[in-house]
Design a protein around this ligand. Structure first.
Ligand SMILES: C[S@@+](CC[C@H](N)C(=O)[O-])C[C@H]1O[C@@H](n2cnc3c(N)ncnc32)[C@H](O)[C@@H]1O
Length: 253
């Protein structure tokens, strides 16, 4: 097994994830596999990767996996044994479509899969600041005589803390398309809430398709440990360089 880069929180292996995963243990997977939809040389679905990843994780755990609707439908059998909890959409403000015979595709999906009883799977709903009008929940009222409202015996206690659940459509860009580190680089701002949702503080995030190391970088920013695997040595080098610089959250989001 070839460790290409290591620091206090991150380990990056160079190799085919299906060969390396046997020696890896993690708490949760956050990954972005090849969708198998383009002519890019590495964009080939690695048959068996979900199974190999499953063996590296505990019985009750979860996995965020980026992909397209077509990819998930075609590969649904690979996710046997996993249950789907929800999907999040990454809206790509800078996306450019190459196909001219369909809607301009400016989004991708991230699906959240889990195994084991939901109550045992770590999941921490994320919240964002809310700057709109504060919610006001009046005491429930019942109508007495016409025009008269009386409070009911029991009233609802509700305190608006100025936050709301993070919406399921996330926006973010990995940067200028001419200078991104990887052609399918995922933004830290999109990865961050997924990681915080699924991985407990101090837990280990696994990304078997590390690319330029975005998941590893985002996980480290939040004090999570991370293990990545990347088959292409050019991207190992790019990821190692990125991780050895102090690119904590905000650096490339
Ligand atoms: C979609 S890209 C990931 C990009 C990454 N999310 C980022 O932000 O940079 C998928 C990566 O998986 C790598 N890859 C493809 N097959 C692999 C395999 N069998 N094992 C490990 N890595 C593989 C490719 O070289 C590519 O860099």
């Amino acid at each position: 097994m070839s460790i290409y880069y290591q620091d206090d929180l991150v380990t990056l292996h160079h190799g085919d994830c299906r060969d390396v995963l046997g020696g890896v243990r993690a708490d949760v997977c956050v990954t972005d596999p090849p969708y198998g939809e383009t002519s890019i040389s590495w964009d080939v679905w690695p048959v068996g990767w979900v199974e190999a990843t499953t063996l590296a994780l505990p019985d009750a755990t979860s996995m965020w996996c980026f992909g397209s609707m077509r990819m998930f439908l075609e590969r649904s059998g690979d996710f046997a044994g996993w249950r789907l909890s929800q999907d999040v959409v990454w809206r790509k403000p800078r996306a450019r479509s190459t196909a001219t015979d369909r809607f301009a595709r400016i989004h991708e999906h991230a699906l959240h899969w889990y195994r084991g009883p939901w109550g045992e799977v770590y999941h921490q709903a994320q919240r964002v600041p809310y700057y709109g009008k504060r919610a006001h929940v009046p005491a429930k009222a019942i109508k007495g005589s016409p025009g008269e409202l009386r409070p009911m015996a029991s009233t609802i206690e509700y305190s608006d803390d100025g936050t709301r659940l993070t919406p399921s459509i996330l926006e973010g860009t990995a940067g200028d398309p001419r200078t991104v580190l990887h052609p399918t680089q995922k933004p830290l701002a999109v990865l961050a809430p997924l990681i915080e949702y699924a991985c407990p503080p101090g837990g280990i995030v696994l990304d078997p398709f590390a690319g330029s190391g975005s998941t590893l970088d985002a996980a480290r920013s939040f004090g999570r440990r991370a293990v990545g695997i990347e088959a292409d040595e050019r991207y190992c080098e790019i990821a190692a360089k990125r991780l050895s610089q102090d690119t904590l959250f905000g650096g490339a989001a």
